[in-house]
Write a protein that binds this ligand. Structure first.
Ligand SMILES: Nc1nc2c(c(=O)[nH]1)N[C@H]1C(S)=C(S)[C@@H](COP(=O)(O)OP(=O)(O)OC[C@H]3O[C@@H](n4cnc5c(N)ncnc54)[C@H](O)[C@@H]3O)O[C@H]1N2
Ligand code: MOO
Ligand SMILES: [Mg+2]
Length: 410
């Protein structure tokens, strides 16, 4: 059976990232959580002017280099410079300017003495400690020089990046357009959550879970509803989805049962099926296909079992969406932590156990969810933020032992 890592490689190799010109739009600074499509170069130096890092006095170092409490330099204050004000004076030997944090340095002053190291008498300041040369001056362009790259393409714009762009006066940003993802659930037994259940019926929870996952990834979701196990309706739905989405995700109908029609319909639509099953638990009957004759749309046929849906989404769909959306890296985040509990598997398929990373004494530990890890049980999936991975052949991880986990939230 195909290994999880081989399946990941097949999928990620087939993902074409959005085009960095055709698939972009211009947004303003309030549109956060978008992915930058072209690098940003600032026209400004940072800082833009030499300015003071402290409230104190702007001085000439040669005047104060030997100052001490016993033998203070005494300087005449010739100007007061609040932030936002253009200094008028040049500081001559024996002179100082009162200056505040962020205010522009006056000409010929090269050092700032913080207020706490001085004493004020009338119009004179006594320097009680010798500063270092150029101390507390934030020099023009010392953080960043105009013309070099400020932010690279392929990063998510969050608070720190938005702050940088605002400071650089870049108010119009070229970002990748949002991905469009069409989703539907298959199964005659399915009903929407608002309907009373007739015998044999179950609620279509997968569609809501997948819609939420897609929105969290920053994409737009097109919910196509519940599709009956009817080949004709399934074909119409997939045909519509191909024309309207970058990615199609269905749940159910991918195993070997008589009503599992997904692969058959994909083949009738000339899809190329790259993956039919993967050696993982849950999630074995995973289908992955493309449509070589039509467009670059990807098809993920996730297994119907609710836990298999979430696990296969996090393991394969989320990284594929991240790559396609223009994100340059960090498509998957694996970390090694200690397991708080015993973890077990039959060792036959790569096994994913859901649970939560907890901080204990500053270190993360994996706490496996209590209750059944059957792929039909979704109740104990609540609060999951990580999946522990037991490789093929590994049947036991003891408490305190290291385990690799896939971080799925946060
Ligand atoms: N003979 C075999 N049978 C099965 C195999 C196998 O290898 N040989 N694999 C099992 C595994 S593993 C899984 S996973 C499931 C996958 O089945 P399907 O993808 O065909 O899904 P369905 O048969 O349609 O449904 C399976 C299960 O999940 C429930 N379900 C379906 N859709 C939803 C939904 N939208 N929301 C909530 N729950 C849903 C459905 O009622 C079934 O209980 O196949 C095994 N069988
Ligand atoms: O993939 Mo199934 O979810 O192993 O039950
Ligand atoms: Mg089935």
């Amino acid at each position: 059976m195909l290994s999880v890592s081989d399946a990941e490689a097949i999928i990620l190799n087939l993902v074409q990232p959005l085009h960095n010109q055709q698939d972009t739009e211009v947004v303003d600074l309030l549109a956060d959580n978008r992915i930058l499509a072209s690098p940003v170069v600032s026209k400004l130096d940072f800082p833009h002017w030499d300015n003071s890092a402290m409230d104190g006095y702007a001085v000439r170092y040669e005047d104060v280099q030997h100052s001490s409490e016993e033998a203070p330099a005494v300087l005449e204050i010739v100007e007061e410079i609040p932030a936002g004000y253009q200094p008028q004076c040049t500081i001559k030997l024996g002179q100082a300017a009162r200056i505040f944090t962020g205010a522009v340095m006056p000409a010929d002053a090269d050092t700032v003495v913080m207020q706490e190291k001085t004493r004020l008498e009338d119009n004179r300041v006594f320097i009680l400690t010798a500063p270092k040369a150029q101390e507390f001056v934030r020099h023009k362009a010392s953080y960043y020089q105009a013309g070099t790259e400020l932010l690279p393409a392929g990063i998510v714009l969050n608070a720190p990046e938005i702050a940088v762009l605002a400071a650089a006066q870049c108010t119009q940003l070229r970002v990748y357009r949002k991905l469009r993802v069409a989703i539907f659930s298959t199964g005659n037994e399915l009903v929407t959550p608002d309907k009373p259940l007739q015998p044999g019926q179950i609620v279509d929870s997968n569609q809501y879970a997948i819609a939420s996952l897609i929105r969290q990834t920053g994409a737009e979701v097109l919910m196509l509803g519940i599709v009956k196990d009817d080949p004709e309706v399934l074909k119409q739905t997939i045909t519509y989805a191909i024309a309207n989405a970058d990615i199609i995700i269905s749940s159910g109908g991918v195993s070997v049962g008589d009503y599992d029609y997904v692969e058959q319909i994909l083949e009738s639509l000339s899809a190329k099926i790259h993956i039919r099953s993967v050696g993982m638990k849950p999630g074995k009957p995973l289908t992955f296909a493309t449509f070589p004759n039509q467009n670059s749309c990807l098809y993920f046929g996730l297994p119907g079992n609710p836990a298999a849906v979430l696990v296969t989404f996090w393991r394969f769909v989320q990284p594929a969406m991240r790559k396609m959306s223009g994100l340059a890296d960090n498509w998957l985040s694996f970390v090694k932590v200690r397991s708080h509990h015993e973890l077990r598997s039959d060792g036959k398929r790569e096994t994913y156990l859901w649970g939560k990373l907890h901080l204990i004494d500053g270190f993360y530990h994996f706490h496996v969810a209590g209750g059944s890890h059957s792929s039909g049980n979704l109740i104990n999936l609540a609060q999951t933020n990580a999946l522990a991975i037991l490789p093929v052949g590994k049947t036991l991880i003891s408490p305190g032992e290291e385990v690799q986990v896939l971080q799925v939230v946060g």
